[in-house]
Design a protein around this ligand. Structure first.
Ligand code: ZN
Ligand code: MN
Length: 485
């Protein structure tokens, strides 16, 4: 029988923090500036230039640690990681070696964080992927390779970079996907980063190995770089697991190497073989004093936001919406804020949530609109909900009103008035239509009287048609039942 192989995956994630200035100098952290406009002697690595710590970057890292249940070190320190690279002018990176700011903790995975096609087959529901550590360091510059020359932009050099190292605790490409999605949501909730992989705000390296079932010893660890989307990470890991299994099954062996993911071909390719572990000659940076986190932790604790999992539970308890709907709303901070801004005063939060998750989300995705730029405000949408609840318009009319609101930014009340949409609730008028429909459909009437109660729905539909969609459906039902009774 063929050997089964078990994958072991660990992720190293680098996250750009949303500070106003760089890690060790006052240069702004901003996109869209011309090359090398945001530089100074410190971030250009001039000899003798002295670094000054950005305390906000420390606070954001500590906040991330709080959100992920890490232990926050009372005292941490910064070290020099020595290596040569053209985009790192000092020939060392300031990082944290043996005493990082955050230790342990974990990233809780939830069903909706998994890829859509894998949400029904989750191997370990509610898994928490263990973290080894979170530390803070500085980013390097960016190299550009032109036809006959290369150029470097130092705007990114020295910007704060937070590194989160997971334990080798992930067992499938889908779990890696869920890990990154859940992590991204939490980072956005804490407002520490926009964590957009597309924009390089969150970058991920994967360590992947496979071992034969029944053995404890981990296989050779292979590192994959260069993935710029969460789905790219999933694909790269899936490819790599398959590649390793094929080599091992054929009796081959795997050298320890670093591979690059190529999104276009859907393959990983060899970048370099690791002959020995790098010796970075770490030593404490003599220009930076150890950091005592106790001076800012009280303030950081106050900044800890309600997290997605907590919001989900509260939405279910406070607004009576389903756990699934609460999950969808809470997985996007902006969407959750939109819902809650109107749910608090809504006559029917559950109906409001339905409108958001159905009509509103499909209108937004069809028009490529983000919730931040939604043409219908949450309170306007809730006005529509209450018009339906009061019986002023019926469900079908509400959909037309919604479409008009989305297109014109007008309020529900204005659209209803302009279109002369009013639900017909006059008992006499509806009764006349009901009698008309009974007279015209003797077969359905007979069936109903013979005990096939579902036939009343056909008659209801006929009345609705006769009223040109204006009749109050609840009244139709009552009147028909009485007339047929
Ligand atoms: Zn600078
Ligand atoms: Mn790093």
């Amino acid at each position: 029988m063929a050997t089964r192989y078990i994958p072991t995956i660990g992720l190293e994630v680098h996250v750009q923090l949303k500070t106003r200035s760089k890690m060790f100098c006052g240069c702004p952290v901003e996109y869209g500036a011309g090359p090398n406009e945001h530089t100074c002697p410190v971030c250009l690595g001039y000899p003798g230039a002295l670094p000054v710590m950005n305390e906000e970057a420390l606070r954001m890292t500590a906040l991330t640690g709080l959100m992920l249940n890490c232990q926050i070190a009372d005292v941490c320190k910064f070290d020099r990681k020595n290596y040569f690279y053209p985009d790192m002018p000092k020939n060392y990176q300031i990082s944290q070696y043996d005493i990082p700011l955050c230790l342990g903790g974990g990233v809780p995975l939830h069903d909706l964080a998994y890829p859509k096609d894998a949400q029904k087959t989750i191997a370990t529901p509610n898994k928490v992927v263990a973290l080894t550590r979170i530390h803070l360091e500085e980013d390097v510059a960016k190299s550009f390779h032109h036809e006959n020359s290369s150029a470097i932009d130092f705007n990114r050099a020295g910007t704060p970079l937070m590194e989160l190292v997971s334990e080798p605790d992930i067992n499938s490409p889908e779990e890696a996907f869920a890990y990154l999605t859940a992590l991204q949501q939490i980072l956005v909730y804490g407002d520490v980063s926009d964590a957009d992989m597309d924009k390089g705000q969150m970058r991920c390296d994967c360590n992947v190995s496979v071992r034969a079932e029944g053995t404890d010893q981990l296989g050779t660890k292979i590192e994959i770089k260069n993935m710029n989307s969460i789905s790219g990470v999933r694909k790269a890991i899936a490819f790599e697991i398959q590649r390793q299994i094929e080599i091992l099954s054929a009796g081959g062996s795997l050298p320890q190497e670093t591979r690059r993911w190529d999104d276009a071909t859907g393959q990983t390719n060899l970048m370099r073989i690791k002959e020995s572990a790098h010796d970075y000659r770490y030593f404490p940076d003599p220009d930076l004093l150890p950091v005592d986190s106790r001076v800012f932790m009280e303030e950081v604790r106050k900044r800890r936001p309600e997290l997605p999992a907590e919001k989900r539970e509260r939405f279910v308890a406070s607004y009576g919406i389903t756990p699934y709907d609460a999950s969808v709303l809470a997985s996007d901070r902006a969407l959750a804020t939109y819902f809650e801004s109107a749910a608090k005063t809504s006559v029917k939060p559950k109906a409001l949530s339905n409108w958001i998750l159905n009509e509103l989300q499909s209108a937004m995705s069809n028009s490529g609109t983000k919730i931040e730029d939604c043409p219908i405000s949450a309170s306007q949408l809730d006005e529509l909900v209450s018009l339906v609840e009061q019986g002023a318009i019926n469900g079908k009319q509400a959909k037309d009103v919604f479409a008009e609101m989305f297109a014109t930014r007008k309020s529900a009340g204005t659209v209803v008035e302009e279109k002369g949409l009013k639900q017909e609730s006059d008992l006499g008028a509806i009764e006349a239509l009901c009698q008309q429909s009974i007279a015209a459909n003797p077969k359905a009437v007979d069936e109903y009287r013979a005990g096939k109660t579902g036939s009343i729905n056909f008659l209801k539909g006929q009345v609705m048609k006769l009223s040109q969609g204006k009749a109050n459906p609840a009244l139709i039902g009552d009147i028909l039942a009485r007339l047929l009774g």
